[in-house]
Design a protein around this ligand. Structure first.
Ligand SMILES: O=P(O)(O)OC[C@H]1O[C@H](O[C@H]2O[C@H](CO)[C@@H](O)[C@H](O)[C@H]2O)[C@H](O)[C@@H](O)[C@@H]1O
Ligand code: UDP
Length: 478
């Protein structure tokens, strides 16, 4: 079997607490397949990519590089997280486009291509991940890489009408045609990409279902809903629930029902709206006060981006307001924690929680929703309240599905969840759990790679990539 080479901005290094879904999922996938995982180390240095850090763990070679402050600010914080992230999450009003940031984004993509090139073997299967690295496939083609290369987008993708608001969208999105296969989470995302190519980029549909762009490059698009290592999460949750920390949590709750939310502190996750709905619940249902506790775990994320810092302040005020208004000497309505927790411990918390509250305004998938289901006790499962706008809602359709912007609807769903009889909880939980057992992360990984390896090879026109600043010569040698 050809070696698998994964390339992503975020690499889940061994023994590191990771708080992103890409890290969690690829960690599970690489453990099964082995191979090379290349990306950013998460650290800053004077020069980008001057040294490659290598470590090996359980059949996986991890190769990472540091970024300079300027590259980090322009590529990661600037273009990826202030232009592409809000746009792809339907938040055009938050898009902050700066030409210098786009140049930095392209420069770092060049660096990824240059540093990866010497590590590649002719029959490697290359799998590039996410919006940070859209042009990488085209840049590798320009360097003569003829291998099978696939791309997976972990975010949603909005309609073409929104995508064309991005300056130079043709060059950026058009470069996706250099991949053999482009995967997205849902059919809605795939339709958006197909429409973009067919109606805005002069592509046509071939008889075998692939798209062909104006330069003749052929590629397939398809939905591959990412998942979790369901069996492992279920076992971890069962084990964790017998541990000291979970016993302490149960003791502190007494007979109170726990509502849990676990999200990176990101405006896409709908946290202010969620806090408002919980506040409304306590307002409307005085009888529920002291009968329920809400634990919101929200580790800081992308702190160098101003919108994330503003959100932090907004949530601190909102949690303080709820506690100030309803708390009693022996009851805190909301525990709002900005630390990240080890994955295994989280599964124990999910298992204790009567309600999993997952209400993003938009989310590519949302693995927390899937982990919550996988962690439940079959004899006494909790209830998932899930946003319709998370990719996970396409599969977890016996959750209580809500529109996160409709405060009343979320409040009512919380009331329903907290009073739901055991039989109905089991009836809703069972099919979701069975679905996740069948369609787990190993299925996702195999399905994507099998589909990629089935794609015809042959001449691939290197898609145009915008001009960029060349790297300083001293950084080009290894
Ligand atoms: O790397 P960060 O900037 O710290 O952010 C963490 C990750 O966030 C995003 O995750 C997405 O991928 C998940 C798995 O496919 C999906 O369930 C979730 O809906 C997405 O938001 C981002 O796309 C990753 O690149 C980041 O590593
Ligand atoms: O303190 C934390 C918070 C989150 N996570 C993990 O981070 C991932 C979050 O993925 P999701 O797809 O829900 O959202 P993303 O952060 O990728 O947008 C999940 O696997 C969580 O279990 C974690 O390990 N510790």
């Amino acid at each position: 079997m050809p070696r698998l080479v994964i390339v992503s901005n975020r690499v889940a290094l061994p023994r590191q607490t990771s708080t992103g879904g890409l890290g969690s999922a690829m960690h599970a996938a690489t453990r099964e397949q082995g191979g090379l995982w290349f990306g950013w180390s998460g650290k800053l240095a004077e020069h980008s990519g001057a040294v490659l850090h290598r470590q090996q763990h359980e059949q996986v070679d991890y190769v990472t590089m540091d970024l300079s402050r300027t590259d980090h600010d322009q590529y990661y914080a600037g273009f990826a997280n202030r232009a592409l992230w809000p746009l792809f999450h339907y938040r055009a009003g938050l898009v902050e486009y700066r030409r210098a940031n786009m140049e930095g984004y392209l420069r770092v993509n060049e660096l990824f291509a240059d540093r990866l090139l010497p590590l590649l073997q002719p029959d490697d299967t290359i799998w590039v991940h996410d919006y940070h690295l859209i042009p990488l496939g085209a840049l590798l083609r320009q360097r003569g890489v003829a291998n099978r290369i696939g791309f997976f987008l972990h975010t949603p993708l909005p309609a073409a009408g929104l995508l064309i608001a991005l300056p130079r969208h043709q060059e950026l999105l058009g470069s996706l045609a250099s991949y053999h296969l482009v995967g997205l989470h849902t059919e809605r995302d795939q339709r958006a990409l197909d429409d973009y190519f067919l109606h805005e980029a002069g592509a046509r549909r071939l008889a075998d279902g692939r798209l062909q762009d104006a330069a003749g490059a052929c590629f397939r698009t398809r939905a591959f809903p990412i998942s979790i290592d369901t069996g492992k999460v279920a076992r971890q949750a069962e084990r964790a629930s017998r541990g000291l920390k979970i016993r302490q949590l149960r003791d502190s709750l007494g007979t109170r029902a726990l509502v849990i939310g676990v999200d990176r502190l990101d405006y896409s996750k709908g946290l202010p709206e969620r806090f408002k709905a919980y506040g409304r619940l306590l307002d409307r249902q005085a009888g529920l006060r002291k009968q329920v506790s809400f634990l919101q775990i929200a580790p800081h994320s992308r702190d160098t981006v101003p919108e994330y810092r503003q959100l932090r302040h907004q949530l601190e005020r909102s949690a303080g307001h709820i506690n100030g208004r309803y708390a009693e000497p022996d009851w805190t309505p909301i525990s709002y924690v900005n630390r990240s927790f080890p994955h295994q411990l989280l599964t124990g918390y999910y298992r204790v929680a009567r309600v999993g509250l997952v209400t993003p305004l938009r989310d590519g998938m949302n693995l927390v929703a899937k982990e919550y289901i996988a962690s439940q006790d079959a004899l006494d499962p909790g209830v998932l309240v899930l946003s319709r706008f998370a990719g996970a809602a396409q599969e977890l359709d016996s959750a209580l599905l809500v529109n996160p912007s409709d405060t009343e609807e979320v409040t009512e769903a919380l009331e329903t969840a907290l009073s739901m009889p055991l039989q109905e909880r089991q009836r809703r939980w069972r099919p979701m759990y069975e679905h996740l057992c069948r369609y787990d992360v190993n299925y996702w990984c195999k399905d994507f790679l099998d589909t990629l390896r089935q794609q015809p090879t042959g001449a691939i026109a290197p898609a145009t990539v915008p001009p960029h600043q060349p790297l300083p010569a001293k950084l080009r040698t290894d």
